[in-house]
Write a new protein. Structure first.
Lengths: 81, 424
């Protein structure tokens, strides 16, 4: 995955993007949200930002064992479809 | 294996010369898995093997080490072998210093040459701000009795002439924090030496044996389910760095760990050029550290790739940055070809410091979260983890590495970077 496809800017080099955090949160308390991670070998849901591009927050789903990007779209607030 | 392990010595080499190849015996293979042990250690990497070695030697326990692939397949065979104890926080530097002291005598203790080479670790400073930060860290170390020298250009020129610190660079070097006792060791030899030492003490090292689950009864772990059947154990230690997140998933306990890739690369061998370990944070390209292996290759590495991954493939943009930084630092290596590039999976904790504690059950232990500093801590981690497992109480130098520190706020945030495994 040396490129990611930004929904606004198209295919861009990986270095333009910044990984933020895996989802879902491990729990609802601030400690669980900030410090704990639910890990998976095959399916990782993450927030990224196109920090050196359009700066959009992105919802990314990847397979961390193969590097394949499964979904990449604009992130939405919790509860928004 | 039959008979005791032969002790290596000059005389033994001579004997081997006359007896031929049959003198040499396998160092750890051929053990069969028994039904029950005092302690089962999961993972035959540096930390697992060292823990097993100390459990058997210092505490006389019956131990098995279960490994999904091969001895030393993971990070102990993939790191860039840098040894140092130049940490700022007391909880860290006392522990890392204990480790460095053990490195100094490790070859003798294991009767196996781990090729410890105290060639000096040089943290380069590019600004007055860097010098102030370095002197703060250096002073903290000196207060703890750990060697550390803040060098200005004259001293640095004498210590590392190959660096030519005064040569014209876009970002001139103004000084360095140097730890002379820091250096390197042979990574594979550490795994092999501990595996051999543990086997000689009766530890069963079982390769190709995947641990698939933990058996429990009334809130106590009773053993592990493996691809080779059930094994009963009074205590279980997970030393599966790089895959500790999977242990968390198996136990149903979310851990303060993300798994990130760290890559390294080595050039074709050249004649001796670089004497010490050079660590350089270029304001444009990021971190690069450069050293020369005993074989002559220039070994380089830098930051993490920046996102969770289990692929063991480094990303191109990071490789490019590392190489640019190295070529900026030592322009004469710019024309060398890179022979190999690889990556390892790192347990990155949320404060950058390790975890050595019980997890979920009273008799299940975690030796994890070594971030990118696992190799240098192998000897101290093995001894400390064995004490924790055998006595139930971690030694003083490892008390700070509790799992609960993230909840109570007693973080060991060496970088002062906040609750993130990566922030570049």
């Amino acid at each position: 995955m040396s490129r990611l496809i930004c929904p606004f800017c198209g295919p861009r080099e990986l270095r333009e993007f910044e990984f933020h955090k895996t989802l879902p949160n491990a729990g609802d308390t601030p400690f669980e949200r900030v410090y704990l991670r639910v890990d998976s070998l095959t399916h990782s849901v993450e927030h990224w930002q196109h920090i050196q591009g359009c700066r959009a927050w992105l919802h990314v789903e990847r397979n961390p064992s193969t590097g394949a990007v499964l979904v990449m779209r604009l992130a939405t607030a919790p509860g928004v479809a | 294996m039959k008979g005791p392990m032969p002790r290596y010595s000059a005389l033994a080499l001579l004997r081997a010369r006359f007896q031929g190849a049959r003198y040499w015996k396998p160092l750890w293979t051929g053990r069969t898995l028994k039904a029950a042990y005092d302690v089962v250690v999961v993972g035959a990497g540096g930390h697992g093997l060292a823990t097993a070695f100390h459990l058997a030697r210092d505490h006389g326990l019956k131990v098995a080490v279960l490994e999904r692939r091969l001895v030393g397949y993971g990070n102990v065979g993939r790191n860039t072998t840098i040894l140092r104890s130049n940490y700022l926080l007391p909880e860290n530097h006392y522990f890392y210093e204990d480790s460095l002291r053990r490195w100094e005598t490790l070859s003798r203790d294991l009767n196996y040459n781990v090729m410890y080479s105290p060639r000096g670790v040089v943290d380069l400073c590019l600004s007055d701000g860097d010098m102030i930060t370095a002197s703060r860290r250096g002073n903290a170390m000196r207060l703890a009795g750990i060697d550390s020298e803040l060098m200005e250009l004259d001293a640095l020129e004498r210590f590392a002439p190959e660096l030519a610190p005064r040569r014209s660079r876009r970002f001139p070097i103004v000084g360095a924090l140097v730890q002379r006792r820091g250096g390197t060791a042979r990574h594979d030899a550490v795994a092999w030496g501990y595996a051999r030492g543990a086997t000689a003490l009766g530890v069963d090292i079982i390769e190709d044996c995947e641990v698939q689950g933990l058996c429990t009864e009334a809130g106590v772990a009773t053993g592990v389910e493996t691809s080779k059947g059930l094994v009963r154990a009074n205590r279980v230690v997970f030393a599966t760095a790089g895959h500790t997140g999977m242990v968390g998933a198996m136990l149903g306990v979310p851990l303060p760990i993300e798994t990130h890739l760290l890559q390294a690369m080595v050039t074709e061998p050249i004649k001796p050029l670089i004497n010490s370990v050079l660590i350089y944070v270029h304001p444009g390209h990021g971190e690069t550290y450069v050293l020369q292996s005993d074989r002559g290759g220039v070994v380089m590495g830098g930051y993490l790739d920046g996102f969770p991954s289990y692929t063991r493939e480094g990303q191109w943009h990071r490789l490019e940055e590392v190489v640019q930084g190295a070529a900026d630092l030592l322009p004469e290596i710019g024309g060398l070809r890179i022979l190999r590039q690889w990556a390892g999976t790192n347990d990155m904790t949320m404060d950058g410091s390790p975890i050595m504690d019980r997890v979920k059950y009273d008799n299940v232990f975690l030796n994890a979260g070594w971030c990118y500093g696992g190799f240098k801590t192998i000897p101290a981690s093995g001894a400390a983890c064995a004490t924790l497992v055998a006595t139930g109480l971690a030694p003083d130098i490892a008390r700070g590495f509790r799992l609960s520190r993230f909840a109570t706020g007693h973080l060991l945030d060496e970088r002062g970077g906040g609750p993130f495994p990566v922030r570049l």
